[in-house]
Design a protein around this ligand. Structure first.
Ligand SMILES: C[S@@+](CC[C@H](N)C(=O)[O-])C[C@H]1O[C@@H](n2cnc3c(N)ncnc32)[C@H](O)[C@@H]1O
Length: 229
């Protein structure tokens, strides 16, 4: 009877934080990791990877890294990437806080996406929620100046908490939310959880926030240089 190596067959689409420690000297150097210098976006808690597949196919000049603590989900997403040979998308198995604080260089990513973070309904489990001051600080640290954090959920109360954390954070400004777009086919949703929630007729709360710094597309009249935001 043959025994397949449990994870080897999904490389390079799925790798764990330990793999990064061993094979990439513990640092995600994007240019060598993806083999190009395209911008990199993170999908935190990517689940089964619908966003990664759709965004990766639509934007071949952008690299995407999904981060997923549940290896089964992450590997499911990676299988979809492997089937499509999507070379600009990868899934990292492990805890996002470790990835943000140990593996990803400051100011090196061009967007952070956090869709439908687990709500942890029971009050005593609330401390397990992803969004807290430390998480928001880490996102501010890894984003390049002036870039965006996007987060959607169908849980009104959690969205209130997320909005409060983001609005009172000194390094983020709140932008108007994106509008809902009608789905044109059965998989035309941002993520699997959005699909499920919209099919049940639930309201989706969408937020986006810009981290401090960066430059506006307008130039300063006197210096002719890009204006700081
Ligand atoms: C409710 S699911 C949403 C999945 C996907 N974003 C979507 O919208 O379909 C939340 C996901 O976040 C993952 N997750 C929770 N805590 C995490 C952490 N600390 N690091 C990485 N992933 C995490 C969970 O395993 C789960 O797959």
């Amino acid at each position: 009877m043959s025994h397949r190596a449990p994870y080897a067959d999904l490389k390079p689409y799925f790798l764990t934080i330990d793999d990064v420690e061993r094979e990439h000297e513990g640092i995600l150097d994007w240019a060598s990791f993806f083999g190009n210098d395209h911008p990199v976006e993170l999908d935190i808690g990517c689940g089964r990877g619908l966003f990664l597949v759709t965004a990766g196919e639509a934007n071949p000049d952008v690299n995407y890294l999904g981060i997923e603590i549940d290896y089964r989900q992450g590997r499911h997403g990676a299988m979809r990437l492997q089937r499509r040979q999507l070379s600009n998308v990868r899934v990292l198995g492990g805890d996002v806080l470790r990835a943000l604080t140990e593996l990803i260089r400051p100011h090196s990513v061009s967007a952070v996406h956090v869709y439908f973070p687990d709500p942890w309904w029971k009050r005593r489990h609330r401390p397990r929620r992803l969004f807290n001051n430390q998480f928001v600080d880490c996102c501010a640290d890894v984003l390049q100046p002036g870039q965006l954090l996007h987060s959607w959920t169908d849980v009104e109360e959690y969205f209130g908490v997320i909005s409060f954390l983001m609005e009172q954070h000194p390094r983020f400004e709140t932008l108007p939310p994106p509008e809902e777009r009608p789905a044109t086919h059965d998989m035309d949703y941002h993520t699997s959880f959005e699909r499920k929630a919209r099919k049940l007729g639930k309201t989706i709360y969408r937020g986006r926030w810009r981290v401090e710094g960066g430059f506006s597309l307008l130039t300063d009249k006197e210096t002719k240089m890009p204006r700081p935001l």
